[in-house]
Structures are given as C-alpha cells and as structure tokens.
Design a protein around this ligand. Sequence first.
Ligand SMILES: Nc1nc2c(ncn2[C@@H]2O[C@H](COP(=O)(O)OP(=O)(O)OP(=O)(O)O)[C@@H](O)[C@H]2O)c(=O)[nH]1
Length: 481
Amino acid sequence: MPVTVIAPNARAFLLQLTIILTWILLYEAADILAYSPHASLWYPPAALSFAALTLFGWRALPAIFIACVLISLRHIELYHPADSVPYLQALYPSLAHSLSYLCGALGLRTLVIRQHLRYTGIVVSFLILAALAALAAALSGVWSLQWAGLLSDSERSAIWLGWWLGDLVAILSLTPLLFLLLDKLNGAQSVVRIGRLVPAIPGKWRDYAFKLSLALIAICCSMLLAQQIRQLEITFLIFFLILPAMWLVYTESVWRSFSGLALISLAIVVLMRVLQVTDYAAVYQFTIAMISASMLYGSAVPLLHATNQQLKQSLTIDPLTGILSRQAFIEQAELVMGRAGRRNTKLCLTVLDLDHFKRVNDVLGHQVGDQVLQQVCRKLQTQLRQQDLLGRFGGDELMLLLPETNAVEAALLCERLRQSIEKLQIKVIDQQVTASFGICEQQPNESFNQLFARADKTLLQAKQRGRNRIEIIAADDFATL
Ligand SMILES: Nc1nc2c(ncn2[C@@H]2O[C@H](COP(=O)(O)OP(=O)(O)OP(=O)(O)O)[C@@H](O)[C@H]2O)c(=O)[nH]1
C-alpha cells in the first residue's frame, strides 16, 4: 500500500488551516445561537482557542489570531457598514481574545509539564484557568470593542457577564472533547494526553446510547415543561440531568463521556433557542457549567477503578512469575481447605524449592535467575489442573495446593513435576537445575499455617536427604519417593 509522507512544514500548514477553518465554522454556529449582540448562550470558538493553544502552545497562535481577524472584519462590514471603523482597530478584539486564551493555555501547559500533574490535578487546573482566561477574554473583549468604537460605555457594562458565561460554558463542555480530537490529530504527542491518562473501558455501544438517550430525554422533558409553564422553579428540573450524566461518565470511556458532554451542551443550547426559553439562559448556562465540571471530575472515577484493579492484581499476582502471590495463595488456600474439611475430602499441600538456586544467580546472574524462576513456574502451570493452586512463598520457594488429592496421588504428580523441571535442561557449571518437594496431606481441623509448617519441614527433610527428591507425610509418618 502506498504510504503518504507529509513534510513537517506541510503538516504545520495543514494544522493552521484546520484550526482557522474550524474556528470560523464554530463561530458561525455560535452566531446562530447568539441571543444578544456579543453574547452567545455558548461560544464554541473559545473552546477551540483554549484547546489548541494548550495543546500546541505558541504554534496555534497565528491560526487563532487570523481566524479572529477575519471574523472581526466581516463583523464590521456586516453590522457597521456606515461607521468609519479603522481596520487597524479591528485587530483589538482579535488580540484580546487570542492573548487572553494564550495566557490561560500557557499557564495550563506549564503546570502540566513542570508539576507532572496527574489527571485530577489537570482537571482542577483546567477549571480554574479556563474560568480566568474566559473572564480575561470577556473583559478585554468588551474594552477592545469600546476602544474600536463599536461599543458604548453602557453596552460594555451590560454584556461582559454574558460574554464571560458564553465563553466559559463552551470551554467547559467542549474543550475536553477537543483535547482528545486535537491530540489524535497530533499523533498523541500533545502536552495534555487525557486519552492516554484514562484507560479505555470496553463497553457496548447500545448501553452508551441508552445512557445518552436518558440524558437527552431529561433535557427535552425539563425544557418543554419550562416552555409550557414558564416559571423559574420549573427550569430547575434540568438539574436532574446530573443523574444520567454521571452514570455516563462513571461507566464509559473518556471519549464517549466527553462526546456525550458536548452533545448534552449542544442539545441544551439548541433547545433553548428553538423553544424560546432564552429568558432562563443563565439557569441553563449554569447547568451546563455545573454538569461539565461534575463530569470532568467524575471522569477520574474510571481511572481510580482501573488503578484499584491494577493494585489488586499486583497484590494477587506475583509480578515476576505470574503465579499467585503469598497473600493471595494463603487466602484462597484457606477457603479451599475449609471446603475440603466440610466435604471430608482429601487435600495436599506441597512446598517446593529449587536446589542450589543461589548458584544460578552467582554464576549466571540475577536476570538469568529470574528467567529460570519464570520458566519453572510456566512449566508447572501447564501440568496442573484448574482447581490446583500455585503460589510463590518467596525467593525460589513455591507452594502447591492440590484439592481432592491424597498423598499418593500428590506424590505421583510431584514426581512428574520434578522430572519436568529436570528436563528443562538448565545447567549451572556441570549441574542441572532441580527442585526438592515436601508434601503433606491435610489432617482433620488443621489450619493452613499448621499444614504449611509440616510441609516446610518435609521439604527440609528432602533437602537434607540429597535434594532433587520428594518427601511425603501421609498421616504422621515420613515417606520417601
Ligand atoms: N534471580 C532471583 N533470585 C532470587 C529471587 N528471590 C530470591 N532469590 C535468590 O534465591 C536464592 C535462594 O537461595 P536459597 O533457597 O536460600 O538456597 P539455594 O541456593 O537455593 O540452596 P538450597 O535451597 O539449599 O538448595 C538466594 O540467592 C536469593 O538471593 C528472585 O526474585 N530472583
């Protein structure tokens, strides 16, 4: 298949072009939803500016600035054709927007890079810096428009709050998804790699669609009621949206959660416009802001869950050999022994230890020693039944619990195991790596510790009697195979 290689310069140009076009497209979308001049219910270009400047730093500045200038010029031509606005002054709002978001984005970049922020740290910093950058963009934006002669003093004081909220709501609800999309576009090389930080959660699309539909139904119902009844209290019904939204975020991947969040915010702003409930714009804007912040915090839950799973796994499984850790082996062995006692069935515990393993390390090195341990464990595992338990007591000492097995059967199995270790053909100087086994059959009401102590003593016997051998205690007597 032919492979297209894009030169770095062409790649950079494509990136700039993509940002400019997307920015303009988002501006047009926001313009449809503007409810008063310079005040949108939700202003997506701000989200793109913040996301692109955070991910690409200074490199995204030209694209953002050019997009702003183009839009400012068009805005002046459309809305102030008669005014003699010097075109140079049209640069003020573009500078105000670009520089405000650049400061916020650079702040976030610096924190992520210098402080090695973890996921929740990134979320908290993002929320604070997004709010500050949006505030700076709104205040400098209205001032710049006044300086350019496009806004009066009274208009300036009337619109800065709506401007701020519109920007902030869009940033909180759309930037997380834009972080993921732009990072993918950038070959997962960006500073904020949320997609990498949070593990993927496999889930059915049908379940995701169900949760998302519940959220959309909650939005539609509450907003229709608000339109019909037209009472402020009724608009607060939208807060119930938090239930499906949090269900979504706790149980789905960040990609699905953040796409859902973008869709939820889009549905609210579109319905606000369609149902003509813009009188309650502030309620809905605060709802989006609160839901977004909660979903962002909530998206740490799958991460915590995955970390817990990893921790649990590392406590249960011995990382070197992949067999049960000592603790996990003892816990499971006690359960199996309890069951055997109740059912009155036979059970054996074997403790085995590699012979002269210290020599393997001394002669061949610790790394080879590790490989020998891994090889031995793999070999043992292939010869055991599903109900048998294999665990590492520590060092080169392993434990093997054999349910529903009497001493004779255990001895036969262990003899096969002993031979298979011998056949591994790991030689140290002139000697083969072998193992010694101590087998004990469980006595009535015997605890794990008591059984282990006896099996360990039996192993010692095998070592003293020459190694590479099996010793058994069937009842109270020693036997040698
Ligand atoms: N490579 C490696 N070596 C380990 C590990 N854990 C313990 N050891 C080494 O395993 C050796 C265990 O030696 P011992 O069981 O005391 O003695 P031995 O040389 O096996 O002799 P006998 O048991 O008496 O046959 C020590 O040298 C430990 O340092 C490990 O995870 N990896």
